[in-house]
Ligand binder design. Structure first.
Ligand code: PLP
Length: 372
């Protein structure tokens, strides 16, 4: 006889039970305070670029919100834009989607993965979800420039020693904002051919940092480049990005995909947004100018600045930090409390328009002067 009212025991897979895998609850996630300037998530709110994007909204045929997506047309369009073949790309929900897809497609439990530290939060999270072993490539701190850097020779030695299945490298990395040169990346790719290592170069901040490695997907069968429309394109809310890689890699990524991963609306939006690419480049120019202005003003106030290759910057307010941030947080959102040694003491600000950065500078100036 079966027992009545048997208690159901919920058991997710082991990796999900991992107590070190903790995520914010989505029900606690609300829109940020509209009265504040959002300089915390490296989004691009440039109103000039936005005015071009807004026009696209109404141009999209309503049948595309009622029908399932067929993405072939955008493969064609984007691959022409990138000077690749249409079977060299695959779409996902942002570069985050690409990263997850790479973990899901290529990694078995206990495979070895290298990722930098600190880095984009999802690398350590997917490492836990997919129960892989990780080696973290820690950023060191240059004692003179105070800049984080990777010990390149040590990295190559570690690759030789552990022969990882996958090496994840955002370039520029976040939150450090640092890059490896194209020459260094070529060296890594060659090295990784010998160790049979897939290399995921995450170019989320392209073209803030224009030195892409996307062309190398034609040459290196172990390279995946992740790109997104979330950053420079100002489309973080749309959730669309893509992987560029050799067709063999794309073929396998495709095998592990849901039937329709990216919405029809997104695909058609990007189709029209690509025609405005020159506006994206102009927006990047404005951001760089704005960053230069902000960094110079911070230096004039004798604060240490970590210039980056992306749309954010780090400032160390030293002894004045607590007072400045406490007041600043009434008007601005930013990212603070980096616990990694390479960024300790720094506060990260996304670069907004020059007008926003002027307001930020004004506030910082006021707060750094009061009762010195
Ligand atoms: C380095 C890096 N990679 C990937 C992402 C994910 O971006 P998205 O999923 O919006 O494309 C981010 C977002 O901040 C990032 O900084």
């Amino acid at each position: 006889m079966r027992k009545k009212n048997k208690k159901f025991i919920l058991k997710p897979k082991k990796s999900i039970q991992n107590v070190n895998l903790s995520r914010p609850r989505l029900i606690d996630s609300f829109e940020r305070d509209k009265k504040k300037y959002w300089l915390d998530k490296n989004e691009n709110f440039d109103p000039i670029l936005n005015s071009y994007l807004v026009k696209i909204f109404n141009k999209i045929n309503s049948k595309f919100i009622s029908s399932y997506p067929d993405s072939g047309f955008l493969h064609q369009k984007l691959s022409d834009h990138l000077k690749l073949k249409s079977n060299n790309i695959i779409f996902s929900y942002g570069s985050d989607g690409v990263i997850k897809s790479v973990f899901e497609t290529f990694l078995n439990i206990n495979d070895m993965v290298f990722h930098t530290n600190p880095t984009f939060a999802m690398y350590p999270i997917y490492s836990k979800i997919y129960a892989v072993k990780t080696i973290q490539i820690n950023y060191k701190k240059n004692q003179i420039t105070k800049k984080p850097y990777i010990d390149f020779n040590e990295l190559l030695k570690l690759i030789d020693k552990y022969r990882p299945k996958l090496f994840c490298l955002p370039n520029p990395d976040s939150p450090t904002g640092t890059v490896l040169s194209n020459l260094q990346i070529r060296k890594i790719l060659n090295h990784c051919l010998h160790t049979n290592t897939l290399v995921l170069i995450d170019e989320a901040y392209y073209p803030y940092y224009p030195n892409t490695n996307i062309d190398l997907v034609k040459k290196f069968e172990n390279l995946i480049v992740a790109r997104t429309f979330s950053k420079a394109w100002g489309l973080a809310g749309l959730r669309i990005g893509y992987a560029a890689a050799h067709s063999n890699i794309i073929k396998y990524l495709n095998k592990s995909k849901p039937m329709y991963e990216v919405g029809n609306y997104q695909l058609h939006f990007i189709n029209l947004a690509i025609n405005k690419y020159n506006q994206v480049l102009k927006s990047v120019e404005r951001s760089n100018k704005s960053k230069l202005f902000f960094n110079e003003e911070m230096k004039k106030l004798n604060f240490t600045v970590l210039d980056t290759y992306a749309n954010f910057t780090h400032v160390n307010f030293g002894e004045k930090k607590h007072k400045i941030l406490k007041n600043l947080s009434n008007k601005f959102l930013f990212k603070d409390n980096f616990d990694h040694n390479s960024l300790k003491g720094f506060t990260r600000f996304t670069i907004g328009t020059e007008a926003v950065m002027k307001k930020l500078v004004l506030n910082i100036k006021k707060l750094s002067k009061n009762n010195e």
